[in-house]
Design a protein around this ligand. Structure first.
Ligand code: HEC
Ligand code: HEC
Ligand code: HEC
Ligand code: HEC
Ligand code: HEC
Length: 375
């Protein structure tokens, strides 16, 4: 039923558009007649475009547009619900309308009736007549630890993802040099973290808080892996599922599906992991750091320990929220100790349980735990 309504609606609109388009020569799209509502983001149709190439579920085995729609509806991009964050400060990442503005170098404006990150955010199928990626320039990641500087994320097609899955700003920045007893950091918000999209930082091994007296040994293979350098996030998150095996990967962008199943096809491509016996809780080169445990098990165990240490100091509440507000700020001295709280939230928000960069995550956790165990 839904299918019929959508198709009918589409054909009706398509008829209207075709009418409008008759007078349109260039690829720029028509400017509305004076006095009519301006469609700010209409990028127009590529000349000679064949609507049926994509809008024809009967024969579309070129693009499988319908299949991609159903996959996308299983992604958090569709169902996450946060697309009401449609004001100008948020819509650049939370809405298609805002993202198109951001990606085309315009000022992001508020769109009350915005839609979640969808087909036209990541692609521009009408203006280009294909599904090439709207943008894949390297992305500058904000400085989130004092003295660390900005970083350039350059992982090929994954640059698209990092346009949104990147840190926002943070104040005050945690500072590893503030180790004197008199150096106090004052945290006035329970959202003292650079937002949620830290996966780009985690993958490239930046943005975590490094304590001055701990020796960090670097990153796991993923950071410099040649496949991941080209495909970025999509190497793992958009791998094709095996026919008949469940709906993950592709435009669902999910690795975990049906509760406890994992799509690992992206992990076991040639040159990476061998499929026999491989699980998401992989024990790899960081086994000495994980005490021989799998990545997820070890990361979660260290997170539990760190959670308890932060609770003991009353820096967080049971639910993991920071115990701070403007009326009742959290003061930590020496300020550098706040790095343990910062790392906890960084690893929590990465959500991969160490998979993105096991070595980096585990060393940040171990050093944070060590710091809080000092008197
Ligand atoms: C390269 C692929 C492609 C081509 C070619 C294409 N479209 Fe689309 N179009 C899409 C995608 C993807 C969507 C968004 C998903 C959807 O609603 O089907 C879309 C959406 C639409 C919508 C909105 C549908 C809705 O439910 O909101 C209309 C109307 C539309 N297209 C008309 C056209 C017309 C008219 C043409 C030919 C001039 C055309 N399209 C050619 C890919 C294409
Ligand atoms: C237009 C901005 C944007 C782009 C581009 C983007 N994302 Fe997202 N992504 C989001 C937002 C916003 C959410 C959370 C949606 C919500 O909560 O409503 C999200 C959620 C997700 C989630 C689910 C996270 C969870 O908490 O379960 C995954 C996985 C994901 N994105 C992967 C990707 C990958 C892989 C790419 C690149 C192919 C990508 N995203 C590109 C904005 C974006
Ligand atoms: C730089 C891009 C970007 C901007 C700007 C941005 N967000 Fe987000 N936000 C994201 C991404 C990406 C996610 C999803 C991360 C994930 O789940 O992995 C997200 C997730 C969220 C979530 C869901 C958190 C959760 O735990 O499920 C909320 C709420 C949110 N953002 C609110 C906002 C608000 C409010 C603003 C504006 C003040 C804003 N965001 C601006 C990228 C952004
Ligand atoms: C969050 C970003 C994102 C969203 C949203 C998104 N796509 Fe994609 N899409 C991608 C990426 C990344 C690829 C992989 C490109 C590659 O491998 O070169 C891709 C690939 C495709 C392809 C294959 C292109 C080819 O040439 O083989 C099609 C078709 C496609 N998308 C259609 C859609 C449709 C239809 C929607 C909406 C339902 C959609 N996409 C939404 C990011 C996105
Ligand atoms: C080497 C493979 C790989 C790469 C590359 C990768 N991820 Fe992941 N990602 C994973 C695995 C494995 C998980 C854990 C899945 C789980 O446990 O649900 C994960 C989890 C996530 C989650 C939480 C999703 C959820 O449903 O729990 C998000 C969001 C995410 N990744 C985004 C990204 C982004 C954005 C990039 C690129 C900057 C990226 N990932 C690169 C493998 C990868």
């Amino acid at each position: 039923m839904k299918r019929n309504i959508t198709l009918f609606g589409m054909l009706a609109v398509a008829g209207l558009l075709a009418g409008i388009l008759e007078g349109c020569k260039g690829p720029e799209g028509p400017a509305g007649p004076p006095g009519e509502t301006t469609v700010v983001n209409l990028e127009g149709f590529k000349e000679g475009i064949n609507c049926g190439d994509c809008h024809n579920p009967d024969t579309d085995t070129t693009y499988y547009v319908w299949a991609r729609k159903y996959q996308w509806e299983l992604s958090k991009h569709f169902f996450g619900g946060d697309f009401e964050r449609s004001q100008s400060t948020c819509g650049g990442c939370h809405t298609t309308e805002g993202f198109i503005e951001a990606a085309s170098g315009k000022t992001v404006t508020t769109h009350v009736d915005a839609s979640p990150p969808g087909c036209f955010a990541c692609h521009s199928p009408h203006s280009r007549g294909d599904f090439s990626l709207r943008i894949n320039e390297p992305v500058t990641l904000n400085e989130t630890v004092a003295g660390s500087g900005t970083a350039t994320f350059d992982y090929g097609k994954g640059n698209l993802c990092a346009q949104c899955h990147k840190p926002r700003t943070l104040s005050p920045l945690p500072d590893p040099t503030k180790t004197a007893a008199t150096d106090t950091i004052t945290i006035t918000s329970n959202r003292w973290y650079p937002h949620y999209g830290v996966q780009s930082q985690m993958l490239m091994g930046t943005g975590g808080f490094r304590f001055a007296d701990y020796t960090y040994t670097g990153n796991s293979n993923h950071t410099d892996n040649s496949v991941i350098k080209q495909e970025g996030c999509i190497a793992c998150h958009m791998a094709d599922a095996t026919a008949g095996s469940g709906i993950a990967g592709g435009h669902t962008m999910n690795i975990n599906y049906n509760e406890n199943s994992y799509l690992l096809n992206g992990c076991t491509v040639s040159g990476c992991h061998t499929s026999s016996g491989f699980t998401v809780d992989y024990i790899g080169a960081s086994a000495s750091l994980s005490g021989g445990l799998g990545t997820h098990t070890a990361t979660e165990a260290y997170m539990d320990t760190l959670h308890q240490l932060l609770l003991d100091r009353e820096w967080i509440t049971e639910s993991g929220s920071i115990n701070a507000s403007s009326g009742s700020p959290l003061k930590i001295a020496p300020g550098a100790k706040a790095g343990a709280l910062f790392n906890y939230l960084f690893i929590e928000h990465d959500l991969s349980k160490g998979s993105h960069n096991t070595r980096y995550a585990l060393e940040l956790l171990k050093s944070s735990i060590q710091e809080l165990r000092k008197l």
